[in-house]
Design a protein around this ligand. Structure first.
Ligand SMILES: Nc1ncnc2c1ncn2[C@@H]1O[C@H](COP(=O)(O)OP(=O)(O)OP(=O)(O)O)[C@@H](O)[C@H]1O
Ligand SMILES: [Mg+2]
Length: 144
């Protein structure tokens, strides 16, 4: 399924992230597409909240991966900004985090194109405070 949304503030993007997060079941590998400052980290704030995680979500640019646990599912938030080879990807532990009990979301998935085996793609584009956010999912999402 492919869905399209529009948001007009960071708060609206967080709210959309919450709606998506609330319908995740585990096993999702989410590839984010879209450039600098398009709202991927902001969206992830909502995603974590929707998954019932009381997490302080920040950009994983330096850590490469941030882990948010304490709920039924654990969220692994990756940033591939500085990752571009299969060897580098493997060394982040990416493949070890894939599980029915986890959700993985990946900023700068463009850098690891074809290596993630994603089952969801979320695209971000826009300017000013306006964002177009597309959600393509292999499984149907029960979005409220
Ligand atoms: N509708 C909107 N949705 C999300 N963010 C918005 C929106 N309008 C404005 N913004 C601003 O855009 C910026 C988004 O930053 P964010 O860190 O979430 O982007 P990012 O895609 O993760 O960037 P990076 O590629 O640098 O990691 C924030 O400064 C936020 O306030
Ligand atoms: Mg970011």
């Amino acid at each position: 399924m492919k869905l399209e949304f529009e948001t007009f503030s960071p708060e609206e993007t967080i709210a959309l992230g919450e709606r998506i997060g609330a319908c995740l079941k585990g096993g999702e590998i989410i590839a984010y597409k879209g450039g600098l400052g398009m709202g991927k980290t902001t969206f992830t704030r909502g995603l974590a909240a929707g998954m019932g995680l009381d997490a302080h979500v920040s950009s994983p640019t330096f850590a490469i991966v941030n882990e948010y646990s304490g709920g039924d599912l654990t969220l692994y938030h990756f940033d591939m900004y500085r990752i571009s080879s299969y060897e580098a990807l493997e060394s982040t532990g990416f493949y070890d985090y894939i599980s029915k009990r986890s959700v993985i979301c990946v900023e700068w998935s463009e850098n690891t194109e074809g290596m993630l085996d994603e089952n969801m793609i979320i695209g971000f584009s826009g300017d000013g405070d306006h964002r177009k956010i597309t959600v393509e999912s292999a499984a149907d999402l029960d979005i409220m």
